[in-house]
Design a protein around this ligand. Structure first.
Ligand SMILES: Cc1cc2nc3c(=O)[nH]c(=O)nc-3n(C[C@H](O)[C@H](O)[C@H](O)COP(=O)(O)O)c2cc1C
Ligand code: SF4
Ligand code: SF4
Length: 259
């Protein structure tokens, strides 16, 4: 079974490539958290994969909360447990964070860590506006995913996460920065908004509500997946005044999990 979270499709694509190769079942974390249905039964010897994007050298808050609350029965020691990180620049301590969460919640040990570089969706810093550049990155991403899927099929054990970066041990500090940055008061909506409600329906944290036909953010913080910014059909949502002109991105091969 593969638990994955994906805002703009990169990680969903990784999960699907690996699941297709290995006949795994896919469990979208966004859906589980929206419905509150977080109990699963692992079959005897069934593999467990955690596939997530890297956020602030760690993992998205929604994934962290899921790994803290998910109920997994049927677990044993004789199974292949691995994680795959998708990322744009450096993975920092993301795998350490997953290892800690899994150990604390289930006593599970990760046997293999993989990472695949792809289009960086952190729009306050990076731009996704250059389609040709994205295409080039995605071509290499697909090759890397095939290689990872092969290693997972062979139940390869080891550390294949080569881009942790020089300050990987500082991930707790990066996560404090994440907590500071991911404040919903920084979202703004332009008059182009047509009140379609897509942002409300697809927010994995359920923090957006339409009021008088416009989105409002109902909690102080969200996971900052930027799905709302990337998917708005009118490109009407911006974050911190830093996402305008950076383009909108959705992995060309995947549709959003929530509709
Ligand atoms: C809030 C946020 C923080 C991010 N932080 C990092 C990071 O620390 N290191 C990195 O290499 N990529 C970072 N990224 C890029 C994503 O990990 C990468 O684009 C990922 O493939 C997105 O996955 P998705 O398309 O499945 O949502 C960040 C993206 C977002 C939205
Ligand atoms: S997705 Fe965009 S257009 Fe639709 S309600 Fe949200 S902000 Fe408005
Ligand atoms: S409000 Fe937007 S950025 Fe925050 S979790 Fe929801 S969809 Fe993602």
């Amino acid at each position: 079974m593969i638990f994955y979270f994906s805002a703009t499709g990169n990680t969903k694509h990784a999960a699907k490539v690996i699941a297709d190769r290995n006949g795994d079942r896919l469990i979208p974390i966004a859906e589980a958290m929206r419905t509150g249905n977080c109990s699963y039964q692992a079959g005897p010897g069934e593999d467990i994969g955690i596939i997530t994007p890297v956020y602030f050298w760690g993992i998205p808050d929604v994934v962290h909360r899921f790994l803290k609350t998910v109920q997994l029965s049927g677990q044993g020691t004789d199974r292949y447990v691995y994680c795959v990180l998708t990322y744009g620049t450096v993975t920092g301590g993301a795998s350490s964070m997953i290892m800690t969460d899994l150990k604390e919640n289930f006593g599970l040990t990760i046997l293999a860590v993989f990472a695949a570089r792809t289009v960086d969706t952190y729009l306050p810093i990076f731009s996704v506006a250059d389609a040709a550049k994205n295409e080039k990155v995605l071509k290499q991403y697909d090759k890397d995913l095939e290689e990872i899927a092969g290693k997972v099929a062979e139940r390869t054990v080891g550390d294949y996460n080569y881009d942790r970066g020089a300050w990987a041990l500082c991930w707790p500090i990066a996560q404090l920065v994440y907590d500071h940055v991911r404040k919903t008061k920084k979202f703004s909506v332009s008059p182009d908004c047509i009140g379609c409600g897509l942002c409300e329906r697809q927010c994995p944290d359920s923090v957006i509500r339409l009021q008088d036909g416009k989105p409002v953010w109902t909690r102080e913080r969200c996971s900052l997946c930027l799905g709302c910014v990337n998917r708005c059909p009118k490109n009407a949502i911006s974050f911190g005044g830093k996402t305008e002109g950076k383009g909108q991105y959705q992995n060309p091969e995947e549709k959003p999990d929530l509709s």
